[in-house]
Ligand binder design. Structure first.
Ligand code: WTA
Length: 677
C-alpha cells in the first residue's frame, strides 16, 4: 500500500453520509427459474468448509485430469488451486458445447453502425475460427505454451477468438484496452516480454472509423526503445479482405490475419492440457506507483470461479441472451463477456461502439433486437443513459430478468432509475464489488436468495469472507464505521501474483495485515482490497472507494502516479499532483495541479500541452478535467505535497487547518484560482 500518509487523500474521506435504504425483493417469477434458490449455499461455503467447498465450482468444468489437492499453500501467499488438475479453457468454452449446442449462437457481434447487420457466430463457427487462428499462431507466429502475447484490439468478435486461440495453445494473453495509447501498449509489451502483437486495422467509435493500426506501429517502436523486439504484428481487418487503414504494413513484420489464415482453413488444434495453476492471462492494472502491474490469473481456479459466478450470481442459463456492455479490455469483459458466459454455453453480446450512438435509444434497440434478458453495465453508463434519455427504455419492447452494476459505487437514486426505468420493475439487480486482482465477484447478493439494497453491494458471495480492519489491524465490528475491507480466505479466482514481481504482490496485497510472513497457513494472509467500506447490521457491505492513490474514472482505474509521471515528461513541469474530483456521469475525474520550473510562464498552450501529453501516454480516459498551473504546491514542512488540501479545493470542500504547512498562504491563492474559475 506504500506510504500510509496516502490515507490522507482518500476518496473515502470525501464520501458522503447516507441513510439505510429499504430492501427490494426478487419476484417469484425470477426465483422460479433461478440457478440457486436454496439458502443452504451459504452453509456449504462457510469458513469451516474451506477450501473443499470450492470443488463445487471446479466440478462445473470439464477436466482432463482431476486435481490432487484443492488448495496448495506451500508458496503462501501465491496459492495454487486444484493442484495436479489438467484443463484447457478454450475446450471448456467451446468444444464441450458442440455435442448438444453447435448450432447455438455463441457471440452476437453488434457493429456500431446500425446499417451494418448483427453477426451471429455459432459455437461451431467459433470452434472453426479459434482452431484456424490457433494454428496460425502456432505455425506461422511460432508461439507455444507459456509464451506471452499482447493483444491491442477494439470490441470485435475477433478479440475473444484471439483470446481463446491463445488459451487453446497455452499461450498467455495480455489484452490491452483498445482505447489505451500506443505508449501504454508498449509498456505492457515490454513488461510481459511479448514478441507478437495482435491488433486490428480500424474500428468504429461514435460514428467514426478510427485508424487503430497506427497504434501498433508506434507501440512496436516504443517497445524496441525499451529493449523488447516485436517481430510479428498480426492485424485483423474490420472489413475482412479489405484494409481500412492508411498506415502501411511493414514488410516482413506486419501481416493481415485474413490473408495468412487462408493457409490454415480447416486446421484443427488439439487443446493443450494445461496444469490448473499455469497462467491463462495477464491483465495490467493501475496501482500506487507509476508502473502498471500485471495481474496474473491461473487457468483452473480462475475459470472455475468465473463460471460459478456467472451461474450463481449472474444467473446465466444456456438459453439466456446475455449482454455485458463493458469492454473486453478490462477484467469485467474477460470474466463476464468471454470466459464465464461461454463456459456456460450462453449467447454473449459484443457491441463495438458507444451506448449512446447514434442516440439515447441505441442500447435498448440492441436489447430488443436480440431479446437480451440479462444486462450488465457500470454506474457511469447508467448515469449517462439516465441523463440523456430518462424515458427511452419504455419505448422499446425488451424485458430483462437480471441486471448487474459493477465498477464503482452507485448512488441510490441512480440505482432506483436503473431498477424502475431500465429494468421496468421486473429485473433483479446485483451490485457486484470486485477487482482485476480478484478475477470474479467478492460481494454481491445471491439474486434469488438475498434482497437488494440500493447503493450496497451486499454480503460476501458464497465462499468469500470479508472482514474490515482499522489502521492497526483490529477488526471493526460496529455497523457504519469505515475501515479497510479485506478477505479472510483465498478463493480460486484470486490472482496468483504480479507478473515478474512477487515481492510487490506480497507487499501490496498482504504485508500490512500479515502477522507472520513465514506462515504457510492461509489464515495468516488476509487479502487487502485497497477499498474503504462499511458493514451494516444485516451484513451488507457498502464500498466507499479507494484508499490508495487510485482514481476510478468511469469505472476505470487510473493511478495518480501514472498521470503525474506522464505530466512530468513535459519539460517545463516541475511538480504534478492529481486529485479525484466528483463528476456527475463519470463518478470521478482527475484534476491536475502543476508547478512549473523557475522562469517559465503559465500559458493556456502549456496547459494544453500537458493535457495532451497525458492523453498520448495513457489514453483519453486519463484526460484531466482541468490543468491548474499554480505558483507552488501546498506542502508539509518535510516537503510532501498535500493532495488532501488540493482535493478539498477541487471538490469545493473544507481544506481544514493548513497552518502547519510550510506555505499556508499558497492555499488561498490556489483556492481563488480554482473556485473563481
Ligand atoms: C471499484 C473492476 C463500488 C473498487 C471489476 C475496486 C466498486 C475497483 C464496485 C476495482 C462496486 C468495483 N461498488 N466500487 N460494485 N466494483 N469497484 O480492477 O474501488 O477495474 O477496488 O475491477 O473498482 O476496479 P477494477
Amino acid at each position: 500500500m506504500g506510504d500510509t500518509n496516502v490515507l490522507e487523500t482518500t476518496e473515502a474521506q470525501i464520501a458522503v453520509h447516507w441513510q439505510e435504504e429499504d430492501y427490494y425483493y426478487p419476484s417469484p417469477k425470477f426465483i422460479g427459474q433461478a440457478n440457486v434458490t436454496d439458502p443452504a449455499i451459504y452453509e456449504r461455503f462457510s469458513l469451516d468448509k474451506f477450501p473443499e467447498c470450492f470443488t463445487e465450482y471446479a466440478e462445473m468444468l470439464t477436466w482432463y485430469k482431476y486435481w490432487d489437492t484443492v488448495l496448495d499453500t506451500s508458496d503462501a501467499p501465491c496459492w495454487k488451486w486444484f493442484k495436479g488438475g489438467k484443463i484447457n479453457a478454450s475446450y471448456n468454452c467451446i468444444d464441450r458445447h458442440l455435442k448438444d449446442n453447435k448450432n447455438k449462437t455463441a457471440i452476437h457481434f453488434v457493429p456500431e453502425l446500425e446499417e451494418e447487420r448483427i453477426d451471429h457466430i455459432t459455437y461451431q463457427e467459433l470452434y472453426v475460427r479459434v482452431n484456424e487462428f490457433a494454428a496460425l499462431l502456432r505455425d506461422f507466429a511460432g508461439l507455444k505454451r507459456g509464451d506471452r502475447v499482447t493483444i491491442h484490439m477494439p470490441m470485435s468478435a475477433e478479440l475473444p477468438i484471439t483470446m481463446l486461440a491463445c488459451a487453446r495453445l497455452g499461450v498467455i494473453h495480455s489484452v490491452v484496452f483498445g482505447g489505451f495509447s500506443a505508449s501504454a501498449c508498449a509498456d505492457r509489451i515490454v513488461d510481459s516480454k511479448s514478441r507478437v502483437l495482435i491488433s486490428m486495422d480500424a474500428y468504429y467509435r461514435s460514428g467514426k472509423l478510427l485508424n487503430h493500426k497506427i497504434n501498433a506501429d508506434e507501440a512496436v517502436a516504443l517497445a524496441a526503445k525499451d529493449g523488447q523486439v516485436v517481430d510479428k504484428v498480426l492485424v485483423w481487418q474490420r472489413y475482412p479482405g479489405k484494409s481500412s487503414t492508411e498506415t502501411p504494413m511493414a514488410d516482413g513484420r506486419d501481416y493481415f490475419v485474413n490473408d495468412v489464415v487462408k493457409k490454415y482453413y480447416g486446421a484443427r488444434v488439439e487443446p493443450e492440457q494445461m496444469l490448473s495453476e499455469e497462467p491463462l492471462f495477464l491483465m495490467y492494472t493501475s496501482g500506487t506507483t507509476g508502473k502498471p502491474k500485471g495481474a496474473q490469473h491461473g487457468t483452473g481456479g480462475y475459470l472455475a470461479y468465473v463460471t460459478a459466478m456467472s451461474k450463481y450470481i449472474q444467473d446465466i442459463h444456456p438459453t439466456d441472451v446475455y449482454w455485458c456492455m463493458a469492454d473486453i479490455g478490462w477484467i469485467t469483459g474477460h470474466s463476464f463477456i468471454v470466459y464465464g458466459p461461454l463456459a456456460l454455453c450462453a449467447s454473449t453480446v459484443i457491441y463495438e461502439g458507444v451506448p449512446t450512438y447514434p442516440d439515447a435509444g441505441r442500447s435498448w434497440r440492441i436489447a430488443q433486437a436480440l431479446d437480451v434478458n440479462i444486462f450488465h453495465t457500470a454506474p457511469t453508463a447508467i448515469r449517462a443513459l439516465r441523463k440523456i434519455g430518462p424515458n427511452e427504455p419504455a419505448k422499446y419492447n425488451y424485458h430483462f430478468k437480471h441486471m448487474t452494476t459493477v465498477g464503482e459505487p452507485i448512488e441510490p437514486e441512480v440505482w432506483k432509475w436503473y431498477e424502475s426505468a431500465v429494468g421496468k420493475g421486473e429485473a433483479i439487480i446485483v451490485d457486484t464489488w470486485w477487482q482485476t486482482e480478484t478475477g470474479g465477484f467478492l460481494c454481491s447478493t445471491v439474486p434469488a436468495i438475498k434482497p437488494m439494497k440500493p447503493g450496497s453491494a451486499g454480503p460476501g458471495v458464497p465462499g468469500i469472507h470479508p472482514i474490515i480492519y482499522d489502521e492497526d489491524g483490529n477488526e471493526i465490528t460496529q455497523p457504519g464505521i469505515a475501515g479497510n475491507i479485506c478477505i479472510q480466505n483465498p478463493w480460486p479466482g484470486q490472482m496468483q501474483t504480479i507478473w515478474g514481481d512477487r515481492d510487490r504482490f506480497v507487499k501490496t496485497y498482504f504485508a500490512r495485515y500479515c502477522k507472520n510472513p513465514e506462515s504457510k497457513d492461509w489464515r495468516d494472509w488476509p487479502y487487502i482490497a485497497g477499498d474503504a467500506a462499511t458493514r451494516s447490521a444485516d451484513g451488507y457491505y457498502r464500498i466507499l472507494g479507494r484508499i490508495d492513490d487510485v482514481i476510478n474514472v468511469s469505472g476505470h482505474r487510473l493511478g495518480t502516479k501514472e498521470i503525474e509521471s506522464a505530466a512530468l515528461v513535459v519539460q517545463e513541469v516541475a511538480e504534478a499532483a492529481v486529485v479525484p474530483v466528483a463528476h456527475e456521469i463519470k463518478g470521478k475525474e482527475p484534476d491536475l495541479y502543476i508547478a512549473l520550473k523557475p522562469g517559465i510562464q503559465a500559458t493556456d498552450e502549456l496547459a494544453q500541452k500537458i493535457s495532451d501529453a497525458i492523453c498520448n501516454q495513457i489514453g483519453k480516459i486519463a484526460k484531466p478535467r482541468k490543468v491548474w498551473i499554480v505558483p507552488d504546491m501546498p506542502k508539509t514542512r518535510s516537503g510532501k505535497i498535500m493532495r488532501r488540501v488540493l482535493g478539498a479545493i477541487s471538490n469545493k470542500g473544507d481544506v481544514g487547518n493548513v497552518m502547519t504547512l510550510a506555505n499556508p498562504e499558497v492555499v488561498e491563492t490556489i483556492k481563488t484560482l480554482v473556485q473563481k474559475s
